[in-house]
Design a protein around this ligand. Structure first.
Ligand SMILES: Nc1ncnc2c1ncn2[C@@H]1O[C@H](COP(=O)(O)OP(=O)(O)OP(=O)(O)O)[C@@H](O)[C@H]1O
Length: 268
């Protein structure tokens, strides 16, 4: 009997044009402490990418490097390259303010501008960019709130204070505010950790829809969430990116025993 040849699975070859974000030999230091070590990662357009790992392993530090937030941290330093659509966001000619319009960010705790209405929160980025046309602002407001699955709940209270919304609504408002400027990539740092299960479920559902308009990188402590929402998962451990791959593979057939120990709950 002839045996069928053993086929070694090969990593999927991603055409370079589909890679939106590429981190190349990225190291991040706080003073002498190297919090992220030689990370190489590619994120493909229109995907959700989870960063997982135990507390203090460098997930947030890496995420913040993607929109140059460390520029604002005394003593912090990033080396290597982070290419957004082929352009190094750290190169001398890049204006960080313009760059941050292309890279939206949603934080752990909802942070709407407390003195502004729902409407003004959503369009704040456009107003900052000098857009004053009321019809245009309303059109973007509605589109962004619909995109964040919040329109139906707030359409009759657009001009009331954003702080009057529930925590889950405030977080979706922050997502709408980020979407309003049409970011190429949306960074989410534990976006549901301050929310109840119902609000969490809404935001998880939303992520799948958002892939149609943007690319998402999410830091999460919740492995079920990573497994539910992400296309790829990267496992970090004390500053090293130990393993990156399709989420199914990372959770069901990890190649590194440290990844396996973590995803099966043996430490964390
Ligand atoms: N502003 C800072 N100044 C100095 N060290 C920092 C700073 N922020 C983070 N660190 C250190 O960098 C390392 C990585 O921290 P980071 O917050 O990126 O980890 P994390 O994986 O996101 O953790 P968590 O899951 O708890 O949020 C830790 O040792 C942390 O103490």
């Amino acid at each position: 009997m002839t045996q069928s040849p053993i086929v070694t699975p090969q990593p999927a070859v991603v055409p370079a044009a589909n890679v939106l974000l590429s981190a190349q030999n990225v190291n991040i230091f706080y003073g002498d402490n190297r919090a992220v070590k030689d990370v190489n990662l590619n994120f493909v357009r229109g995907t959700v990418n989870a960063l997982i790992g135990p507390s203090g392993c460098g997930k947030t530090t890496f995420l913040r490097a993607i929109n140059r937030m460390h520029d604002l941290t005394p003593g912090a330093r990033v080396t290597g390259q982070i290419l957004l659509d082929g352009e190094d966001i750290y190169s001398a000619g890049v204006d960080p303010v313009n760059m941050r319009r292309r890279v939206g960010m949603v934080f752990q705790k909802p942070n709407p501008f407390p003195t502004m209405s729902v409407f003004d929160n959503v369009v704040s980025g456009l107003k900052l960019a000098g857009i004053r046309d009321k019809n245009k602002l309303m059109e973007v407001c509605e589109r962004s709130l619909r995109g964040a699955a919040l329109w139906e709940e707030v359409k009759d209270r657009l001009h009331t204070p954003a702080t009057g919304l529930s925590g889950g609504q405030q977080q979706r408002l922050c997502i709408a505010r980020a979407l309003a400027v049409e970011p190429e990539i949306l960074l989410m740092d534990e976006p549901t950790s301050a929310l109840d299960p119902a609000s969490t479920a809404k935001i998880e559902d939303l992520m799948t829809d958002l892939k149609k308009v943007t690319t998402i990188v999410i830091v999460t402590h919740n492995m079920h969430q990573a497994a539910r929402v992400s296309d790829t998962t990267s496992f970090f451990l004390v500053g090293d990116m130990v393993e990156h791959g399709p989420t199914e593979q990372i959770f069901q057939a990890p190649r590194d025993e440290r990844t396996e120990a973590y995803v099966t709950g043996r430490f964390g």
